[in-house]
Design a protein around this ligand. Sequence first.
Ligand code: FAD
Length: 378
Amino acid sequence: MSSSKERIAIIGAGLGGAVAGALLQHAGFDVNVYEQAPSFSRLGAGIHMGPNVLKIFERIGVAEKVVSISSTPSHWFSRDGISGDYLSRIPLEGYGATYCTVHRGDLQGIQCDALQPGTLHFGKKLTRIDDNGTDVLIEFEDGTSVRADIVIGADGINSRVRETLLGAEKPNYSGWVGHRALISSDKLRKYNLTFEDCVKWWGPDRHMMVYYTTARRDEYYYVTGVPHPAWEFDTAFVPSSREEMASEFEGYHPIIQALIESTDEVTKWPLFNRNPLPLWSSGRLVLLGDACHPMKPHMAQGAAMAIEDAAMLTRCLQETGVNDFATAFGLYEANRRDRATRVQSVSNANTFLLTQEDPSWVYGYDVYAEPLRTENAA
Ligand code: FAD
């Protein structure tokens, strides 16, 4: 077992980094998390957290809280976007924990609150890392620096830690965008239509995923996948409009038209990905989540993979201690690479739950129940 004296630095307090911090702290490690944003705000977006993730939330004592603020759909419906016919009805119960759909900002708040007070540092944008073989010097844009024994790069798709390991390389634009909008449920009352808890509307070349983001079901959220040949903007997202949505989904089902009609604000996000990386760690630096295996979001499992990574990395460090980080990082990759790569490829293909299939390989997975494999899967 580890001593708790070694210092672990996590770069990025996104959905993976915050959970990694909380899990490692629960295991007794000395951990600080450095986030570039000055603070987090409640931006308009939802997220699915499947039973595979809720099992991990139980370990940091936040599962009940997350369930209490989430919508907990019993099924994922896939429907034809034009006729409304049901293509699949996938049960979301029976995988060992609850399936939640929740507001992303609310979830992030709960995750950050699970960190020990004073260990989450906002306004710390990593600019340079120097692994000198004995420890790691971490420099931030504000001119400050810290040292750590190991560094976890949980800094997302444009990871600076990944760049340090593998060189600068922009992610691949997938040729798709996602529109995101939150709609007040009050606006939907006037329609004589049923707005289901969790439904994906599939068209021939595009889709719209829709679900509630609160336990009270007072916010309904949609996120699309729509082909768009090039991303011509420098920003993470741009505003879209009701008119643009109406033209992208012309001729689609009346429920989709009602959602578009009820949209006040909608944003448009480019969807990026990367090919599987040749390595997940080097020396004292290790990657997790989108820094390591970003994917198109069509399986709603990107953050889930980041959180599973966090749990497996913690498990491996508990096994070896920080001093033997090289063994821990090898074990971590050996036990995560196959699963993360499989999810990445199914997600990118956008076929998950289109037809009646058994999703238990995703939702039934328990990161703590798997025996640790020692061989490197790379
Ligand atoms: P992030 O959440 O991106 O966090 C990275 C953090 O690092 C950020 O807070 C960032 O500010 C910080 N950071 C970056 N650079 C630096 C730096 N230099 N210094 C310090 N901090 C830095 N996944 C799901 O599981 N379910 C879903 O339903 C789902 N829906 C999605 C819908 C859309 C439209 C998109 C685009 C994605 C969706 N995803 C979903 C995927 C999910 O958002 C990502 O996979 C997930 O956020 C990855 O978590 P992460 O912690 O690796 O990275």
